[in-house]
Design a protein around this ligand. Structure first.
Ligand code: HEC
Length: 325
């Protein structure tokens, strides 16, 4: 067990296991497995087993060795010694070659013929690892020069700009998935049927007791007309749900029970009830809500605009006109 090769075996096994497990635990994003506790647990168990196997094999070898007679033991020892000598021979020779130094016995070949108070100088060659590294930088420089300065590659500031663009796009994409970041300032009307359905089930679960299933109103006000006590539009409705109504009226703040995304869903669902006709509508309370941000031109042409649906144009004498425009 205490030999170098068994250590190397264990390390290789650990690396292989680590990579394999990543792909097994999260095939889509392997690197994210490192945040998983089960990942590290499985890995440690696997490494532990590998160590146990190594220990067992070593112990077995030891027992076999002890059971040998002295002659075969000698033979075995010799063979082991030879193997040990040859171990990593290739690595050792390459390492020496890369350093390129002369052995001390041959130094007389490269000694220079000056001598300062006994200090002599050797004319060693440059170590090959350094020299080849230097050549590589020269080749790199030539390629770099041609690529970026002769054939007009991108500049560093352009590279910076594109990376910034990519990062901004990534932040946008992330914000879309991180729905709970919405607050009263950023909330928008959700139109995805999935969100509206989620809003509907929240409404049916928690709000119908006071607002009725069709939003017609009971203890709470009618939510289907365009009269609002606390202000209409997605931002006000979101705010009412989050912070509650006027004190003592019965509408509690829901922010402790609902996530921001859920409040946005239920708020959007409530707004989708606008203009529907509930079975027993409660009389209008509050005031007609006019969206201050609505573009003025569109108000008169857009017949679906919720602010206008019940404001019927009248003649001067008060009778309704046929003209819906
Ligand atoms: C205990 C009864 C009760 C429950 C439950 C309740 N509400 Fe209300 N709600 C009210 C009352 C009462 C008001 C009026 C508050 C006021 O006058 O200040 C109100 C007002 C509102 C308003 C503002 C209406 C306007 O005219 O401005 C909205 C929006 C609203 N509720 C949504 C909800 C949602 C969404 C839920 C469920 C998560 C819910 N309510 C649950 C009683 C309730």
């Amino acid at each position: 067990m205490r030999t170098t090769s068994s250590f190397i075996r264990i390390i290789c096994f650990a690396i292989l296991c680590a990579i394999l497990l990543m792909f097994i635990i999260s095939p889509e994003k392997p690197l994210e497995a490192i945040y998983d506790v089960p990942y590290w647990l499985t890995l440690s168990i696997a490494i532990f087993f590998m160590m146990a196997i190594e220990v067992c094999v070593a112990a077995l070898q030891r027992i076999l060795y002890l059971s040998l007679d002295s002659e075969s033991r000698d033979k075995y020892d010799k063979q082991q010694a030879k193997e040990k000598e040859n171990q990593f021979k290739w690595l050792k020779t390459t390492y020496k070659k890369l350093l390129g130094g002369k052995p001390i016995e041959e130094e007389h070949e490269i000694i220079l013929d000056h001598n300062y108070d006994g200090i002599k100088e050797l004319d060693n060659k440059l170590p090959p690892w350094w020299l080849y590294g230097f050549y590589i930088t020269i080749i790199f420089a030539v390629i770099y020069l041609a690529r970026f300065h002769v054939f007009g590659g991108y500049t560093q500031s352009e590279e910076y700009e594109t990376e910034l663009e990519i990062a901004k796009a990534e932040i946008e994409a992330w914000k879309k998935t991180a729905k709970d970041l919405v607050d009263v300032n950023t909330v928008t009307v959700l139109t995805d049927p999935k969100d509206l359905n989620a809003g509907k089930s929240i409404f049916n679960e928690r709000c119908v007791a006071c607002h009725k299933a069709d939003g017609g109103g009971g203890i709470g006000p009618n939510l289907t007309d365009q009269y609002w006590i606390l202000g209409g539009g997605i931002k006000n409705v979101f705010n009412t749900i989050s912070e509650g109504g006027r004190s003592g009226k019965g509408m509690v703040p829901w922010k402790t029970e609902l996530k921001p995304s859920e409040m946005a869903q239920v708020a959007s669902y409530i707004l989708s009830l606008q203009g529907t006709t509930p079975a027993e509508p409660k009389a209008a309370e509050g005031e007609i809500w006019v969206d201050p941000d609505a573009p003025v031109n569109e108000i008169s042409t857009d017949s679906t605009d919720i602010n206008l649906q019940q404001v019927e144009p009248t003649h001067l004498d008060g009778t309704p006109t046929d003209n819906q425009n």
